[in-house]
Design a binder for this molecule. Structure first.
Ligand code: UT7
Length: 335
């Protein structure tokens, strides 16, 4: 049976480090409030004048992942790109990344699942590999949030949490009967809550898609009903974790490390508590990167591997909840 196994990972952060104190110069907030409510101490943003899109960050992370896998770009037979901050309204950033990797014929697929983009992407890559449709897949999560944030006090509840960044994973088809690769996945969505975390403009239902009035109203900035999303995350994450562990006919104790989406440290602490997990079994790096949405889970994976918290034979669970609303979990065992 074909299994999707991770061959290499890579991450890339832009060089401009933004501390909570920096943010406090632009809006009414404080280091104390941000740390207490979110756990975030700093994040990385692209240069203020712009010039780097999601595909540029994705390119740097992809180069590292390819190198660590011992692959050339033309070994790939599919690119899956997860982002909520694409370079353009269309075409997708996957196509731009494909060209930047020097490829001219490799299929490229964009995934618009926001915080769960990596989970949906991993489940999709697994399906491609199991069905024999692909052998070597590059899965990328990349975000440039900073150019789309309201850094005035009006946007402070959202702007303080987001960071830019990218991470990439190379997945390969391996023929084996061993219990390795993606062991089980559970994906969910509830579109009735789409408006609780969204960026409204540009909007295809508006003519023109973005107007001066919409800009003045801040419709091009993200809106988030933070309190409600928080409550839902605390409820849904343990639910979906248990659902997927059960699907794989395993126990919570069999999971070496939980790698959750990095939206708020308190959400992940509540998840650990609900699951009865010690601090060492739930990986967090939001303190240094903020919420990098589609990049957050692979970024955490790359760091957990680098810190040798996981390695060959380890079982990990990736999970998250975010805009859509979407939520899910993927259980994975390293070969
Ligand atoms: O990754 C996508 C999924 N997203 C999430 O999972 C995010 C989930 N939600 C959250 O992380 C939290 O709701 C936030 C961090 C966004 C907000 O924290 P909170 O503890 O829910 O705060 P709140 O929205 O209830 O606001 C509490 C107070 C308010 O003031 P009043 O009404 O009590 O006077 C806000 O105006 O804090 C105020 N506030 C701020 N103060 C200083 C909101 N943002 C800030 C800020 N600095 N940046």
């Amino acid at each position: 049976m074909m299994k999707a196994v991770i061959r290499g990972t890579g991450r890339w952060l832009p060089p401009r480090k933004i501390s909570n104190h920096d943010l406090a110069q632009w809006m009414e907030t404080s280091d104390e409030w941000i740390i207490q409510r979110t756990g975030i101490e700093e994040r990385y943003w692209v240069a203020e004048e712009g010039g780097m899109g999601a595909s540029d960050l994705g390119l740097e992370a992809s180069r590292l992942a390819l190198e660590r896998s011992g692959w050339q770009a033309d070994d790939l037979d599919l690119i899956i790109f997860a982002t909520l901050s694409p370079d353009y309204f269309f075409p997708g950033s996957g196509c731009l990344l494909q060209a930047k990797l020097g490829l001219r014929d490799t299929p490229a697929l964009d995934i618009r699942q926001q915080c769960t983009g990596f989970l949906y992407g991993l489940a999709t890559a697994d399906a491609y590999i199991r069905s024999g449709m692909a052998q070597r897949i590059l899965l990328v999560g990349a975000e440039v949030h900073s150019t789309g944030l309201d850094v005035s006090t009006r946007g402070r509840d959202v702007s303080v949490i987001f960071g830019d960044g990218a991470a990439a994973v190379c997945l390969e088809a391996v023929e084996t009967s061993d219990q390795v690769g993606v062991l089980a996945a559970g994906l969910h969505a509830d579109g009735s809550m789409a408006e609780s975390l969204m960026t409204e403009a540009p909007a295809s239902c508006c003519n023109p898609r973005i107007s001066r009035e919409m800009l003045l109203q801040g419709k091009h900035y993200p809106y988030m009903d933070g309190r409600n999303i928080f409550k839902l995350a605390v409820k849904r994450l343990p639910e979906v974790a248990l659902e997927v562990i059960e699907k794989a006919r395993m126990e919570v104790e069999n999971v070496d490390l939980f790698i959750p989406h990095q939206a708020n440290l308190r959400i992940n602490q509540a998840f650990a508590k609900a699951m009865g997990l010690g601090k060492e079994r739930v990986f967090n790096n939001i303190q240094r990167y903020g919420n990098t949405t589609a990049a957050s889970i692979p970024l955490a994976l790359d760091e957990a591997l680098e810190q040798e918290l996981i390695g060959p034979g380890s079982t990990v669970m990736f999970l998250g909840l975010g805009s859509g609303l979407t939520w899910g979990a993927v259980l994975y065992r390293f070969i």
